[in-house]
Design a protein around this ligand. Structure first.
Ligand SMILES: Nc1[nH]c(=O)nc2c1ncn2[C@H]1C[C@H](O)[C@@H](COP(=O)(O)OP(=O)(O)OP(=O)(O)O)O1
Length: 195
């Protein structure tokens, strides 16, 4: 439903308009990101990215949403492909919009968390999973935006955020975080039709 982000914050409204406008070169690349916690939330499972975008960094598990699937279906599939775990209890907790200088593609990460999962983490071609104490998250070896929002995911506070990076993929030139009604997270479109 176009227009919902503008109601939250004009900064998000601008982005929504650009994504929907025929005159703007901006397009969206929808991705998923899943954080798996131990049941008492004392530890989180992160994956060391061995190849591709974000190589050398620890991150949640996720990747591109396919055209035929929902964000939740994509999150479950990517979690299993990258960590070997399955979860029927992924809860959507955030949407992250990432812009990179001189790049018309806006990467959107639909963020899910769960503390119930099946299986044992396995190393895959893409990720090496590792449990981290919740009080010892390796922020210096993660994307620079993570330190801004990670605690909201841990504390179950639904949010929508927008981060603008320089082309070095490290420097954040602008950021904006809004706490939202959890229902809104499912109303924001995954794909923005150009109209
Ligand atoms: N700034 C950022 N902070 C963050 O925490 N996660 C980010 C991020 N930028 C990208 N990601 C995550 C979102 C998503 O899970 C992943 C990028 O997805 P990609 O589809 O590019 O990954 P892959 O190259 O692994 O693709 P797949 O082949 O679909 O798995 O990185």
């Amino acid at each position: 439903m176009i227009g919902r982000l503008a109601e939250v914050d004009p900064v998000l409204g601008e982005l929504e308009e650009e994504l929907g406008s025929l005159n703007s070169p901006k397009t969206v690349k929808p991705c998923t990101l899943a954080l798996i916690f131990k049941q008492d939330r004392s530890k989180v499972l992160l994956g060391y990215k061995k190849r591709g975008f974000g190589v050398g960094l620890y991150n949640g598990f996720g990747g591109k949403i396919q055209h035929e699937e929902s964000a939740l279906e994509g999150a479950k599939r990517e979690l299993e492909e990258e960590s070997g775990l399955t979860s029927e209890d992924l809860v959507k907790i955030g949407i992250l919009y990432f812009e990179f200088e001189s790049d018309p593609v806006i990467l959107t990460a639909h963020l899910y968390t769960s503390d119930r999962f099946n299986g044992v983490p396995v190393e895959t071609e893409e990720m090496r999973p590792e449990w981290f104490d919740i009080n010892n998250i390796p922020f210096t070896k993660m994307w620079n935006d993570d330190k801004y929002w990670f605690s909201f995911a841990v504390e179950n506070k639904p949010f929508i955020a927008r981060f603008s990076f320089k082309s070095d993929l490290k420097t954040i030139v602008r950021h904006n975080i809004n706490f939202v009604d959890p229902q809104l997270l499912n109303e924001v479109p995954i794909w923005y039709p150009k109209s």
